[in-house]
Write a protein that binds this ligand. Structure first.
Ligand SMILES: [Ca+2]
Length: 509
């Protein structure tokens, strides 16, 4: 039989068509952005209209969690689809991410994707698995930040959140190979401590008085680990470093780290910054605050600065969405918005994260789906950041390696109702002794209950009924009537520790 000879153009067409049909991924991850400060989740504090657009046009995960509520470890879980003990990056203080291991960006590259990461990295080793990387050294700076790429370290003038978005847009427009599908990771420093706002937003929210959470004056009764921390708004937020209050005459020693950060501003911008904060400081000393009045003053400063930083972030997410639309990319792209974990906005009297309590165990997760995915609204199944890697791999049409511990969310995005969806989540936090003194702990969360074991230099269990006690104030562990529930949760915890092959386990008594 004679072979049919196709014209050259026709031979190329299927390949071209296949490339065009493959979905792109734009993954936007912020730092310490919590659902209480995202109006698609919670309307009490701020409006985030651009983030809300992602939810309105797509889906909002209402039970979205991390595996380890801390920057580097959380990022490592996301990149590998594995819990901390498997990817090896358990804590920020002693961890260096082993970039030679299997990661989702590397697997996407193998599948023909072009990969790029811009912004915060915080895994200490050089990024691997990215065709293009342009990242912050360590935590990075809000003002006139330094970046590191393959050529070395350099400084960029401007406000970090704007610069990260500029770089993402530039990569999309000018630097990528447009014949390939892409995965772009846009990692913001916003809204990380110490919340330095874009100068144009210095005055935003200054007339807003944010409501105190109901458990702001928590006394930590029955919760030994919660009472041992150093992350209280009243005691532990630092007046100059965090609240930007300092003696206008500069006669007192000011935190050097803070001075270095604002010292990056050029003299004109520095004058604008100082003018605002000097007047704030004069007003602060005039009030002569103490006790609860001082604590609540710090709370308002914290909330306002966080909200200001968030405003620039929301603007920039809107700018990136608009750009994707203008370039005709939205129909073929999964846009993901998440944070590396949640955060306390005064709940339990705290700022920061780390605990397996809901505010910091949770993380916002919004997705705008490519054309053809009809699912909209809330997705209520329990999901975790180890699920992102398998989701992206399945979306890219490439196999999910069996050692990945997360589960692809694609069936949920397709509107399927999987009968065997997970019924419980595993969590493990390691960074202790360390800043904020949150004890090591692991735990299990089911739809309704949570069991946590704090260990290392403590042996303390906590049990919560999330339906009756969503703020986790009433530790039920050891209370009469909870014996069977506790037994079942311990069994489930052990099952998860075995399933995920975590060698640090409790011994069943
Ligand atoms: Ca973080």
């Amino acid at each position: 039989m004679r072979k049919q000879i196709l014209p050259v153009a026709a031979c190329l067409l299927p390949a071209l068509a296949a490339a065009q049909q493959r979905y792109n991924i734009v993954y936007i991850m912020t730092d310490d952005h919590t659902a209480q400060m995202l109006s698609a989740y919670d309307t009490r504090n701020v409006k985030t209209p651009n983030l809300d657009r992602i939810a309105a046009d797509g889906v909002k995960f209402t039970r979205s969690f991390v595996a380890n509520s801390l920057s580097g470890p959380s990022r490592a879980c996301m990149l590998t689809g594995k819990h901390s003990h498997k990817n090896g990056f358990t804590n920020n203080e002693h961890g260096i991410f082993d970039g030679s291991q299997q990661t989702m960006p590397k697997l996407l590259q193998k599948a023909g994707y072009q990969t790029s990461i811009i912004g915060k990295w915080h895994l200490h080793s050089t990024p691997t698995g990215f065709d293009h990387w342009d990242v912050l050294p360590g935590q990075g700076d809000y003002y006139n930040p330094d970046f590191i790429n393959e050529k070395g370290r350099y400084r960029v003038q401007g406000y970090l959140t704007n610069i990260v978005t500029d770089k993402a847009i530039k990569w999309l427009d000018e630097q990528r190979d447009k014949s390939k599908p892409f995965a772009l990771f846009v990692h913001h420093k916003a809204c990380h401590r110490n919340w330095l706002p874009e100068l144009k937003y210095l005055h935003e929210y200054e007339d807003t008085t944010f409501p105190l959470p109901a458990n702001f004056y928590d006394n930590y009764e029955g919760r030994q680990a919660a009472g041992a921390t150093t992350m209280e708004v009243g005691k532990d937020l630092i007046l100059d470093y965090d609240c930007k209050i300092y003696d206008p005459n500069r006669t007192r020693r000011i935190n050097q780290g803070y001075m270095n950060m604002i010292g990056r501003l050029d003299s004109k911008d520095r004058a604008v910054y100082d003018f605002f904060h000097d007047s704030l400081t004069v007003d602060f000393y005039r009030q002569n605050l103490s006790g609860r009045a001082l604590t609540e003053y710090k709370f308002q400063r914290y909330m306002r600065d966080y909200a200001k930083v968030l405003k620039s972030l929301d603007d920039n997410v809107g700018r990136l969405l608009d750009h994707l639309k203008e370039q005709g990319l939205l129909d073929n792209t999964l846009v993901v918005y998440t944070s590396d974990q949640g955060f306390y906005m005064g709940e339990h009297g705290w700022f920061d994260k780390r605990f397996m309590y809901e505010e910091s165990f949770s993380t916002p997760l919004l997705m705008r789906l490519p054309k053809g995915f009809k699912t909209r609204g809330d997705i209520n199944q329990m999901v975790q950041n180890i699920d992102y890697a398998p989701t992206f791999l399945e979306l890219a049409g490439t196999p999910i390696p069996p050692d990945i511990q997360g589960v692809s969310l694609l069936p949920l995005l397709k509107g399927e109702k999987p009968k065997k969806w997970r019924k419980s989540l595993y969590y493990h936090f390691y960074e202790y002794p360390a800043e904020h003194s949150v004890k090591r702990h692991y735990g299990v969360r089911t739809e309704r209950y949570k069991l946590i074991h704090f260990y290392n230099d403590i042996d303390s269990w906590e049990l919560y009924d999330l339906k009756e006690d969503p703020q986790e104030m009433n530790n039920l562990y050891g209370k009469p009537g909870t014996e069977r529930l506790t037994r079942n949760l311990k069994k489930e915890l052990l099952r998860l520790q075995e399933q995920y092959d975590d060698s640090i386990r409790f011994r069943r008594q």
